[in-house]
Design a protein around this ligand. Sequence first.
Ligand SMILES: C[S@@+](CC[C@H](N)C(=O)[O-])C[C@H]1O[C@@H](n2cnc3c(N)ncnc32)[C@H](O)[C@@H]1O
Length: 253
Amino acid sequence: MSGTVYVVGVGPGHPDQITPEALAAIGAATALLGYGPYLDRLVLGPGQERVASDNREELDRAREALDRAAAGETVCVVSGGDPGVFAMAAAVCEAIDTDGERYGAVNLTVVPGISAMLAVAARVGAPLGHDFCVMSLSNNLKPWTVITDRLRAAARAGFALALYNPISRARPWQLGEALDLLRGDLGGETVVVFGRAVGRPDERVRISTIAAARPERADMATCVIIGTAQTRRVARDGQPDIVYTPRFHREPS
Ligand SMILES: C[S@@+](CC[C@H](N)C(=O)[O-])C[C@H]1O[C@@H](n2cnc3c(N)ncnc32)[C@H](O)[C@@H]1O
């Protein structure tokens, strides 16, 4: 009899932001597979195996989970945030798609999680309150020209942008180039939010204009939200500023 693969999102980092459904799936698994730092957030029971692998080995990890489940185990593949947003759920689906004979009978349950953009947006108010677009700035899995074309199309169409994977040691220039090209399409006063490690002890959230936004404010634990012409930053008395995009669209006068 076939076992089960749970693909679980453990949220952006704060233990209170893991859902009860995710905790139940984690508790039911005999083995937990994932990137080491995500597994480090979990407290495993005595009978539970920890199978850590590098973040660049997603398809191998997916196949290992499916092989174990095909042999009758209940296993859990762990992602940060939501598992369907630039994470493991697509890799597991792809492995099933490419090897249907082997994995066709495996039970698959994808358990959603709180994605980083939602945690960052909540910290400052509601910058994603109207239509928005989500992109990864990593050109490891798609050409840079595809990214720049999509960025400009989204900005020109009036979408707010939530940018994942904005910068890393191996990809140091992409965020700077993205900000430069967006400055050309958006007004310089457009609001930008840099949300770093939100929900973790080393959280840092900064609000800026796109004219003043610098790529050095981001690292690989940062999600960058770029507002629209309608997005507002509101100063308050003795309270942190809020940023929101109104629910009602008004044509610029
Ligand atoms: C491989 S993607 C995984 C996204 C994840 N599945 C999600 O839904 O949040 C990793 C990127 O998520 C963003 N990220 C993850 N955790 C974050 C946090 N706590 N605060 C801000 N951004 C975060 C960063 O942009 C990071 O480079």
